[in-house]
Design a protein around this ligand. Structure first.
Ligand code: BGC
Length: 829
C-alpha cells in the first residue's frame, strides 16, 4: 500500500509524482478540460499524447458489473453491505475487497464506485442495505478493510457519497441541515477513518446539498476538511449527473464530472478559463489528481502502478458463501426441553415455505445491482444439504405484488435492427432486462445505426392460468405474446428522475392464459430514443412478468398443511425490489403481501417454526416472540442458499451481530426522511440508532450488536492498561468450537445529557474450542474520548472517568472497568 504523497511519500510515490508532473506539463488547456469530463457513462478519454489510457469506472459495493450491465456479462455477487458489516470483521471486508479487485481487473475496470459509507440515520432510507451501519466507528473499520482490500489489488475506490446522503427522497435537490458536531462525530467520521487507515484513491461527492451548498461544490467540506485537514490526495468524482455548474464545481474541488459526454467540464471549463472566470491552476490541480490516479492504477505510460503483482486468485463462490454465513444474525433461538431450535436436528422432516425460498432475493436494487453467474436459492441449498425425501416446499405467500423482470422459464435474445428493419447485431439475454450504453452495444452495432431492439424468444410457464406481462422503460414499445399484440404505443412517466428507465416501476400491459409446460413465443420491441434528460445514449428497458395470482388464503392453507406434516417449518420472508432499492425511501417497515399472516398461521400449526428474514435492512417482525427461531440473512449474495444450509444444518455457526438496531417504525428514533420545502433538518443531532435508544432508556426489538452463535460464552475478566488498552478474557462454555464478537462500549461515569450514555469504542472477534479461554486486546482510540466542540471548532478531549464495558451487544454488557485516561501522558492515535 502506498503512503499518501504529501503525508508520507515513498520513493515509488515520488517517482509516480514526477511522471504525473511531466505529463501535466505536456497537456494543453483543451486536453486538460476534456480529461475532467466523462466521455460516456463510465470512462474518461484517453490522451495518447501523454500515453494515458482511458480510465474505466464501475459500480459497485457487492460486485463489479463492468461497462456492460447485462446478464450475459455476469459478476460474482457478494452479500449486501449490511451483511458485510454484520460480520464485524474488517479482515473479511478486506478479503471481499481483494475479490472485487480481481473481478474489476477481469472486466477491465480501474476504479470501483464503492464503498457506500453513509449512515443508517433512519431505517426508512432506501439505500440502507447498501450502507454498513448506524455506527460511524463500525462503518469506518469495515470500510477501511474493504478499501485496503480493493486497492491491494491495484484497483481504485471512490468512498461515497460524500456526505450526508442518508436518504433518497429528492436526493438531487434536498438541503440537509446538519450541525457541524453531527457531521464530525457521525457522518464525516467514516470518511475520515478510511482516509487515515486506507488512503483511498478516490471519493464520490453526493447529489444532495449540505447546509446550503451542493456537495459537488462544497469548498469547505472538500477542500478544507477532506483535503486540508485530513490530507486526502485522491480524486473527487461527482455522483452521476450531480455536477451543476462549471465554476462552482471546480472551485468546490470537484475533479471529474460524470457521466459524459455532456458535462459542466470539457469545453465549458476551457471556455471559463479563457474568459478569465477560472484560473488554469485550478484545472491543473484537478488534472494532477486524475493523472495521479491513472498512475496508481497503471494506465499512465512511464509510471509504475502501486500494485505490480496482483494478489493470489480468490475463489469468489467460496468467499461469497463464507461471508454470507458469517453475516447471518441469529436474533432468537428458543430452547425447548433443553434443545435449541437451531441447528436443526439431523433427520428432521423440513417444510420449507416462502416465495423467496424458491426465487431468492440475493441483492438490492439500483446501481448496486449486478448479474451473478448463478444464484443458490434456499430451496437449492437445502435440497442439496438434506437427505432425499426430508424436504417439502410450499409458496405460502407471494410478496411480489408487482411484476418482476422476466426470468424463470424465459429463453430470450435481444436483436438489433436499423431503420430499414435489417438485423445489425444481437446479444443473448439471460433475463428480461436490456441495459446498454452507447459504448457497449452488441458487436457490430453503432448508436447511429441502431433503431429498434427486439427482445424475443419463448416462455415456458411453470404454472397454468392468467400470466401478466409488463414493460419497464420509457418510449415506444410493442408487446406480443403467443401471436397476440397487447400493447403498441408510447410509455411515458410523470417522474423527473433521469434513472427512471432503470429503477422505475413496471407497468402491466398484457394478460395471457397459458398452460404449464407449454412454451409460447414472446416479443417486446423498443424504438431506441435518446432520453432528453440523460447526457448519454442508453438503451434501457425490461420485459416484466407475474405468475398467475393464486388465492392468498389457499396458499397459506397449503403452507400450514405442509408445516403440520413436518418436524420443523422453515419460513423465508422477504422484501422486494419495489420495497428496497435506489431512488426512493421506504414508506413503512412491513413485510410486503401476506407474509406476516403466513408466519402466524404456520407458527400456530407447528411450534417448531424457524423464520429466515431475507431483507437488506430492518423490517418489522410482529410475530417474533411466537416462533422458535429468527435468522436474519440480509441480501445474502449469490451463494445465500448454500450458506443457509450450512447454518441450518449446523456445519457452521451463524456469525453475525447487528450493525444496526432493529425496531418497529413507530419506535424508530428518526423517521423523517422527507424534506419540507426542500430542507431536511437532522434535528436529532448526534442521537441516531442506539445512541438514541440508550438516551431514551428504551428497548428495541433487537439491539445494536446482538446476535447468537451455537455455543455459549462467559466473560471472565477485563483489564485496562495504560489507561487505553483493554484486555478482555472470555471462555467458550458450550460444547462446540465458536467465534465471539467482543464489543467495547465507552460510558462517561457522570452522565452528560449532550452525549449518548455509551458508544462503541472498539471490538474484536476471537475463536475458542469448547472449554477454552481466549483474550482480545483492544485499543481505545483517542477519538473515542473526544467530542466536536462547535465553539472552539475543533475536537476536544473530554476529561474525567469512563466505564469501559465489554459485552455481547449494547444492551448485554458483561464486564466493566473504570478508567480515567490521560492523553497528555499516553498519546494514542
Ligand atoms: C448512484 C451512485 C452510483 C452512480 C453510478 C448513482 O445514481 O447514486 O452510487 O455509483 O449512480 O451508477
Amino acid at each position: 500500500m502506498a503512503a499518501t504523497p504529501g503525508m508520507n511519500p515513498t520513493p515509488a510515490d515520488e517517482a509516480r509524482e514526477a511522471v504525473v508532473e511531466a505529463a501535466l506539463g505536456k497537456l494543453d488547456l483543451d486536453a486538460k478540460a476534456r480529461l475532467l469530463s466523462g466521455q460516456d457513462m463510465w470512462t474518461l478519454p484517453e490522451l495518447p499524447e501523454i500515453g494515458l489510457k482511458s480510465l474505466v469506472m464501475s459500480d459497485g459495493p457487492i460486485g463489479v458489473r463492468g461497462v456492460r450491465w447485462t446478464a450475459d456479462d455476469p459478476s460474482v455477487a457478494l452479500p449486501s453491505p449490511t451483511a458485510l458489516a454484520a460480520t464485524w470483521d474488517p479482515e473479511l471486508a478486506r478479503r471481499a475487497g481483494v475479490l472485487l479487485a480481481q473481478e474489476a481487473r477481469r472486466k477491465g475496470v480501474h476504479v470501483l464506485l464503492a464503498p457506500t459509507v453513509n449512515l443508517h440515520r433512519s431505517p426508512l432510507g432506501g439505500r440502507h442495505f447498501e450502507a454498513y451501519s448506524e455506527d460511524p466507528y463500525l462503518t469506518g473499520e469495515i470500510g477501511s478493510g474493504y478499501v485496503n482490500g480493493v486497492q491491494s489489488g491495484g484497483v481504485g475506490t471512490t468512498v461515497k457519497h460524500f456526505v450526508a446522503n442518508d436518504a433518497e427522497t429528492d436526493r438531487f435537490t434536498v438541503n440537509n441541515l446538519v450541525s457541524e458536531r453531527a457531521l464530525r462525530e457521525l457522518y464525516l467520521a467514516p470518511f475520515e477513518t478510511i482516509v487515515a487507515n486506507a488512503h483511498p484513491w478516490g471519493i464520490m461527492t453526493a447529489y444532495n446539498t449540505v447546509n446550503g451548498t451542493t456537495m459537488t461544490e462544497h469548498h469547505y467540506l472538500v477542500n478544507e476538511v477532506l483535503r486540508g485537514e485530513w490530507g486526502f490526495d485522491g480524486f473527487n468524482v461527482s455522483d452521476w449527473m450531480a455536477a451543476r455548474s462549471t465554476t462552482g464545481a471546480i472551485e468546490g474541488g470537484l475533479d471529474v464530472a460524470m457521466p459524459g459526454p455532456v458535462t459542466v467540464y470539457g469545453e465549458a471549463l476551457a471556455a471559463a478559463v479563457r474568459t478569465g472566470e477560472i484560473k488554469e491552476t485550478k484545472v491543473d490541480e484537478a488534472v494532477r489528481r486524475v493523472l495521479r490516479l491513472a498512475a496508481r492504477v497503471g494506465i499512465l505510460e512511464g509510471a509504475d502502478p502501486v500494485v505490480t503483482e496482483p494478489p493470489a486468485t480468490v475463489d469468489g463462490d467460496a468467499l461469497a458463501r463464507e461471508i454470507a454465513r458469517r453475516a447471518f444474525v441469529l436474533v432468537r433461538n428458543e430452547v425447548r426441553n433443553g434443545q435449541p431450535a437451531l441447528p436443526l436436528r439431523p433427520g428432521a422432516k423440513i417444510a420449507l415455505i416462502g416465495s423467496a425460498a424458491r426465487d431468492a432475493r440475493v441483492l438490492g436494487g439500483g446501481s448496486a445491482t449486478v448479474f451473478p453467474p448463478r444464484i443458490v436459492s434456499p430451496l437449492d441449498g437445502l435440497t442439496a444439504a438434506f437427505p432425499e425425501g426430508t424436504l417439502t416446499y410450499a409458496v405460502g405467500a407471494d410478496p411480489n405484488t408487482e411484476l418482476a423482470v422476466a426470468d424463470k422459464g424465459f429463453a430470450l435474445r435481444a436483436i438489433c435492427r436499423d431503420a430499414d428493419g435489417h438485423v445489425i447485431g444481437a446479444d443473448p439475454a439471460p433475463n428480461g432486462t436490456v441495459q446498454w450504453f452507447d459504448t457497449a452495444l452488441p458487436e457490430g452495432v453503432t448508436p447511429e445505426a441502431l433503431h429498434t431492439v427486439e427482445l424475443t424468444g419463448t416462455f415456458t410457464p411453470r404454472e397454468s392460468g392468467p400470466h401478466t406481462f409488463g414493460i419497464k422503460g420509457l418510449g415506444a414499445f410493442k408487446l406480443t405474446i403467443d401471436g397476440t399484440t397487447y400493447f403498441d404505443a408510447v410509455q411515458t412517466t410523470d417522474k423527473d428522475d433521469p434513472f427512471v428507465s432503470f429503477f422505475g416501476a413496471p407497468v402491466p400491459r398484457a394478460e395471457a392464459d397459458l398452460t404449464a409446460g407449454t412454451p409460447v413465443e414472446v416479443s417486446l420491441s423498443y424504438v431506441v430514443a435518446l432520453p432528453d434528460n440523460l447526457p448519454v445514449k442508453v438503451v434501457a428497458f425490461s420485459l416484466c412478468h407475474q405468475e398467475p395470482q393464486r388465492d392468498p388464503d389457499d396458499l397459506i392453507a397449503e403452507a400450514v398443511e405442509a408445516a403440520r406434516a413436518a418436524d420443523t417449518a422453515v419460513v423465508v420472508v422477504a422484501t422486494t425490489e419495489r420495497v428496497e432499492s435506489e431512488g426512493f425511501d421506504r414508506k413503512d417497515l412491513h413485510l410486503p403481501g401476506r407474509q406476516d399472516d403466513l408466519v402466524r398461521a404456520v407458527a400456530a400449526a407447528n411450534p417448531d417454526t424457524v423464520v429466515v428474514v431475507n431483507s437488506g435492512s430492518p423490517v418489522e417482525l410482529p410475530w417474533r416472540d411466537d416462533v422458535a427461531a429468527v435468522l436474519l440473512t440480509w441480501f445474502p449474495g449469490q451463494e445465500g442458499g448454500a450458506a443457509l444450509a450450512d447454518v441450518l444444518t449446523g456445519t457452521h455457526e451463524p456469525g453475525g451481530r447487528l450493525p444496526t438496531t432493529w425496531c418497529a417504525l413507530p419506535d424508530a428514533p428518526v423517521t423523517q426522511v422527507v424534506p419540507t420545502a426542500g430542507e431536511l433538518a437532522y434535528d436529532e443531532d448526534v442521537f441516531i440508532g442506539y445512541r438514541a435508544w440508550e438516551k431514551n432508556g428504551a428497548t428495541p426489538s433487537y439491539p445494536f450488536g446482538h446476535g447468537l452463535g451455537y455455543t455459549d460464552w462467559t466473560y471472565e475478566s477485563i483489564e485496562v492498561t495504560d489507561g487505553t488498552t483493554a484486555t478482555v478474557r472470555v471462555r467458550n462454555t458450550g460444547d462446540r468450537a465458536g467465534r465471539e464478537t467482543i464489543q467495547l462500549y465507552l460510558a462517561p461515569t457522570t452522565p452528560d445529557a449532550n452525549r449518548p450514555p455509551r458508544w462503541l469504542a472498539g471490538f474484536a472477534t476471537v475463536e475458542a474450542a469448547p472449554g477454552e479461554t481466549t483474550e482480545a486486546v483492544i485499543r481505545l482510540p483517542r477519538r473515542a474520548f473526544e467530542i466536536w466542540d462547535e465553539t472552539a471548532n475543533s475536537w476536544v478531549y473530554v476529561e474525567g472517568s469512563y466505564e469501559v464495558e465489554a459485552g455481547r451487544s449494547v444492551a448485554d454488557r458483561r464486564l466493566t472497568a473504570t478508567i480515567a485516561p490521560d492523553y497528555a501522558r499516553t498519546p494514542n492515535p
